[in-house]
Design a protein around this ligand. Structure first.
Ligand SMILES: N[C@@H](CCC(=O)N[C@@H](CS)C(=O)NCC(=O)O)C(=O)O
Length: 230
């Protein structure tokens, strides 16, 4: 039986934009596992109620239901040790936690004021009121105010990428010569932006932009996904 992944979609069912779901789509591609993806919208809470929580990604593997990208990635790693590894061993799994924390605490919050209005523009009609009120409550300001002065904010964002840039100046991927889950965690953030926003985040010759192209070239699932190549 094929794996089933509940994956956040926009107005168009094939516009998948969750940074966390992208981690798993790339992990599945890395392990060469076939998956059927189910387009899910923020307000489709009932559709994933069986998972005991209200967020995606949710992965169904026959009798088993998993949620949370980290849990799912580790499950795939343990279930399919014969397939290419996502972590290259336990010490690296632990190190990858740092990459996840940096992405969740620095990269994604840094992207938010640059792309949130564009994310909103791509939402399914039924998600709009929920998204606006939940995010505005969290931010304490409107989506539009959060995204004001993007042209200035982007410079600060680019500076926060310096550790990533310095690493990618000396190696092709975060994991070394070949990418692994560490790369997919960070790249998931850029797929969130690519899927929703025409706003230019990086100069074309930025080592981070070149790494982004290398990953797009490697994964058709990402390259062919609806999005903006800025
Ligand atoms: N820590 C979770 C985060 C998952 C998450 O926040 N997913 C978002 C989509 S990007 C979601 O489902 N949000 C539902 C909501 O905001 O109601 C993971 O790593 O999977």
């Amino acid at each position: 039986m094929a794996l089933i992944l509940y994956d956040l979609a926009g107005a168009e069912a094939d516009r998948r934009f969750s940074p966390y779901c992208w981690r798993i789509r790339l992990a599945l591609a890395h392990k060469e596992l076939a998956v059927e993806t189910m387009p899910w919208r923020f307000t489709d809470k009932e559709a994933i109620a069986f998972s005991g929580q209200g967020r995606v990604p949710v992965l169904v593997d026959a009798e088993k239901t998993l949620s949370g990208s980290w849990t799912i990635a580790n499950y795939l790693e343990q279930k399919h040790p014969d397939r290419p590894s996502l972590f290259d061993g336990r010490p690296r799994t632990a190190l990858t936690r740092f990459i996840e924390s940096w992405t969740d605490k620095v990269l994604l919050p840094g992207l938010m004021p640059l792309i949130l209005v564009d994310v909103f523009a791509h939402l399914h009609e039924k998600d709009r009121a929920y998204f606006r009120s939940s995010r505005e409550q969290r931010l304490g300001i409107t989506l539009e105010a959060a995204c004001a002065n993007r042209d200035e904010k982007v410079m600060g964002f680019q500076q926060t990428l310096e550790p990533l840039r310095a690493t990618l100046e000396i190696q092709s991927f975060l994991a070394g010569e070949e990418p692994n889950y560490a790369d997919y965690i960070v790249f998931g953030g850029f797929m969130w932006a690519r899927s929703t926003s025409p706003f230019k985040l990086l100069e074309k010759d930025d080592p981070v932009a070149l790494w982004r192209v290398r990953l797009l070239d490697r994964f058709e699932v990402a390259r062919l996904a609806p999005g903006y190549d800025t």
